[in-house]
Design a protein around this ligand. Sequence first.
Ligand code: HEC
Ligand code: HEC
Length: 290
Amino acid sequence: MQVKLVITTIAFMLTMIVFGYAALREPARMELFEGAYESRQVEFGASIYYSNCATCHGQEGKAELCYDAEGEQIGCAGRSLHNAELLCGEPSPRLVAMGWENGTKAGFINATVNAGRAQNGMPLWGADYGGPLEDYEVENVTNFVLNWETVELCSEPTAPAPVWPDDVADLPSGDAANGEQLYQVTYGCAACHGQIDQEGTNAVGPWAGAFKNRADAQPGYTAAEYLYESILLPSAYISPECPTGPCAGPPSAMPNNFPLRMTIQEMSDMMAYLLETSEFESNGNAIVYP
Ligand code: HEC
Ligand code: HEC
């Protein structure tokens, strides 16, 4: 009797120790599970992204490198999504600029993907709007985009992207010497458009030496208006002449994310270098960056 009681007590205590240990470990196990669940969601989001979004928003979401269904490189028609302006800060500068400062980034991306912005070339995706993606798919691709927010991306203070004036007359006067540096090095335009004093040095796009004479490109435009529009909205007008024949597009093969990367002063400086004048002639054409 006595022995039996001792054994039972010991067994009971052992059981309690085992259960207690498991209970202690439970939060850690749950965390691991949730982590795996989240990363599976991001993985699923990635596959939705690469089958539906990368043709316009690019392989890394930066609207720099886009391929069509056959694997041919094409111009990126979408906006960069992988950038500090959209992803860093609460609210991020992009949310403020879009009047979404009281909402979340997830809400903003989710809503844009669901409803699209048809007038600006962003298709609608949500099933509720007649699109091809179910709610959970939109949610997963949203999480995939949000996943680009990293400490590294957000370690620099993020200035909001410039609000580009609609009229070139409202640009500050430019400094051509700085513009040359920006054209050659900082923004790498020379790699595609060549040297302005040497015809035929352009490898990919039209020769930059002729930009100052392109007032004829669109009816009623000045050369400054055309240059400004070409940088802000590369797909608005596709140039007829590239080194290997007519230029491809739309979308243009020229990167469309310069407006998110450069300042208004840098734009003026580069224009001053290319047009050989520090003040820009305007015919009053409105060039509206969305
Ligand atoms: C046919 C090209 C195209 C495809 C495909 C496309 N987009 Fe877009 N997307 C755009 C364009 C163009 C804009 C910019 C619209 C504007 O400026 O108002 C945009 C804007 C966005 C924005 C808002 C960004 C901002 O800063 O305002 C998000 C988010 C976005 N797209 C996500 C996606 C996702 C996710 C997919 C895939 C499910 C996708 N897009 C597929 C063209 C596309
Ligand atoms: C990856 C190559 C590439 C880079 C880099 C590039 N462009 Fe382009 N650019 C092109 C292509 C291709 C076209 C022709 C298609 C079009 O009209 O959009 C073009 C067109 C233009 C045009 C219209 C030219 C004309 O005669 O009609 C201007 C102006 C221009 N780019 C300026 C710039 C400036 C300034 C930079 C640097 C901030 C730059 N580009 C960077 C490829 C590039």
